[in-house]
Design a protein around this ligand. Structure first.
Ligand SMILES: [Zn+2]
Length: 589
């Protein structure tokens, strides 16, 4: 019996030890190397798991546990600076329920009757720093480090233009600590990543950190770092205010940048509203923001609540749902577009990402595959760019089990078996068979019936594929010639459905001129260009007889598009005339 218990303890010890090792490894990646491989949420979940295990086995808790202290964050190449007040991090919360719990906790700890003002701020995804001013002169600056000791980055901080080296005002305190976030704007991040030839940073935080934690301040200076103050610490001074917000306003008067989005609320409803508004807006901001910070505004109350070894009890970071996640590549498919260009698509283990399930992700071209060093079986980080299109950010774990599964770049078209044309060092792979290629025809017809073209409802992708496979449709005009019999001869289409489709086709024959031009599938002729040409030319006849000079005089039509249009008209005059007889065009001007 005793032996059994002993081995159980041993096992638990081992589990905890391994989990701690894993957490510390990821802390090292995040804090020291600025190259995280997992999302914050995944990290927090590991920490939660450890905390649970430790609660069940309190005898196994050690002082150096990551639940008690953030570890291993100081890079030895820097001098050390001890923080007078520890620079703690914030407790992360992810759900509305967690926020309500936080609010209830505050009410319980402070008096129930009092109104508790909460200061809501943007949580900028940058690097926390502490800057010390003595008699208005910038003396020292340090990173958070392990919260007690940070790295001396004074000379680097001095290169940030928005941080004053000297504060001049009447009421400058003898001792002043400014805490805030150093970051890089999204615009500058993109610009710098384009300029840099060797190392590409994966996100603005990682670039800001890499630029600040530099031995050479000249490099820091070039990176155009920015700063926003989120906390002001004063020693006992003449300035008497308990309002955190008021100290921020004071800092602003001294020339220290603060965030203009900061607001004070006391109602739950208002704070939740602030959260959802900022979440909606976050992609439009020029700063990477990953949540909001909610703090008690009254510094007296802050003191009363105090802190744990890791977090203050009077504040939380209410994080936005992650638009990054991890999954695995199962397969690489090659998809043929309506212009014959072949695009590699990665098929993924389906994963939920900011509200939608992602099964496939576009890899654009072979060059991109090579740049990301992607292979089948690799684990990757997926991100929603601009919160819409998912994109692979990087590979986090190479597939080691089956090295044989390398990507086969096709040299023959999977749609028509013709040789493929490869251009620009693999960035363009193209099938040149035109609409004789079944795959291209399929892609084109899906475009032809889309909302911006003919807007035909009820013809699904599968039906189109079948109509082409059965040779009922060989070109776009055949769609306009479909009848009920043709449709019901295809499996699974019932007469009622067929009638609906035919009705939609007949309605679609009345088409706006710009939609008609767009539906032709001319290289470079998007919706805007189609509209501009439609209003200028105003008839099919004029379009068929247009010359190069006239085309480039039209708004936004460049030489390349104009050439494509002329070439297209020359090749397709007959089909355009045929289509024109089948339909009724509505001119827009
Ligand atoms: Zn082909």
């Amino acid at each position: 019996m005793k032996l059994k218990k002993n081995s159980k303890i041993k096992l638990m010890k081992k589990i905890i030890k391994e989990l701690k090792k894993k957490i510390k490894y990821h802390e090292y990646l995040y804090y020291v190397l600025n190259e995280p491989k997992i999302s914050d949420e995944t990290y927090d979940n590991m920490l939660k798991k450890l905390s649970k295990l430790e609660k069940k086995n309190p005898h196994l808790i050690k002082k150096n546990s990551p639940t008690i202290k953030i570890t291993g964050q100081i890079n030895k190449k820097f001098k050390k600076i001890t923080h007078k007040i520890p620079m703690l991090s914030l407790k992360n919360i992810y759900k509305k329920k967690d926020f309500l719990n936080f609010k209830n906790y505050l009410k319980k700890k402070l008096s129930k009757k009092k109104i508790i003002n909460l200061c809501c701020e943007l949580k900028i995804d940058g690097l926390a720093v502490s800057i010390i001013y003595k008699n208005g002169i910038l003396k020292k600056a340090a990173t958070r480090g392990d919260s007690e000791i940070g790295e001396d980055i004074t000379n680097n901080i001095k290169t940030i233009k928005k941080i004053p080296l000297k504060i001049t005002a009447n009421n400058i305190p003898k001792y002043l600590e400014i805490r805030g976030e150093v970051f890089i704007s999204k615009k500058n991040f993109e610009l710098l990543n384009k300029q840099k030839k060797k190392k590409i940073f994966s996100n603005p935080r990682n670039m800001a950190a890499g630029s600040l934690r530099q031995l050479n301040p000249k490099i820091t200076e070039k990176r155009k770092l920015e700063f926003i103050c989120y906390n002001v610490n004063l020693k006992k001074e003449k300035i008497k205010t308990n309002s955190h917000f008021k100290t921020l306003i004071m800092a602003k008067k001294w020339g220290i940048p603060i965030c203009k989005h900061t607001k004070i609320y006391n109602k739950t409803k208002d704070i939740l509203n602030y959260y959802s508004k900022k979440l909606k807006k976050k992609n439009k901001l020029n700063i990477d923001v990953d949540g909001i910070v909610i703090k008690i505004n009254n510094k007296k109350y802050q003191k009363k609540l105090g802190e744990t070894t890791k977090f203050p009890r009077w504040a939380v970071a209410y994080k936005f749902p992650s638009d990054e996640t991890e999954t695995k590549i199962i397969k690489i498919k090659f998809q043929i577009g309506r212009t014959g260009i072949i695009t590699p698509i990665a098929q993924l283990i389906p994963i939920l990402l900011s509200g939608s399930i992602i099964k496939n992700v576009n890899l654009y071209n072979i060059k991109e595959i090579k740049r990301l060093k992607i292979n089948i079986g690799d684990s990757i980080i997926l991100k929603k760019a601009g919160n819409v299109i998912p994109k692979i950010v990087k590979v986090i774990k190479k597939n080691k089990i089956n090295k044989k599964e390398i990507i086969n770049i096709p040299n023959k078209c999977p749609g028509c078996n013709n040789d493929l044309k490869i251009k620009n060092n693999l960035s363009i792979i193209k099938c040149t068979s035109g609409l004789k290629c079944k795959a291209q025809l399929k892609a084109y017809l899906k475009y032809f019936i889309s909302k911006q073209s003919y807007n035909i409802i009820g013809l699904g992708n599968k039906t189109i594929d079948k109509l082409i496979e059965n040779k009922i449709i060989k070109s776009s005009i055949d769609i306009l010639n479909l009848n009920i019999n043709m449709l019901t001869n295809i499996n699974n289409i019932k007469i009622k459905k067929a009638k609906q489709i035919i009705k939609s086709i007949n309605q679609a024959k009345k088409i706006k001129f710009s939609n008609f031009l767009y539906s032709l599938n001319i290289n470079g002729l998007g919706k805007t260009n189609a509209k501009n040409i439609a209003t200028k030319l105003n008839s099919v006849k004029r379009f068929l007889n247009v010359n190069f000079k006239k085309l480039i005089s039209i708004k936004k039509i460049g030489k390349k598009t104009a050439k494509n249009i002329i070439k297209y008209i020359y090749k397709n005059k007959k089909i355009i005339k045929k289509l024109n007889k089948k339909i009724y065009i509505i001119y827009e001007n």
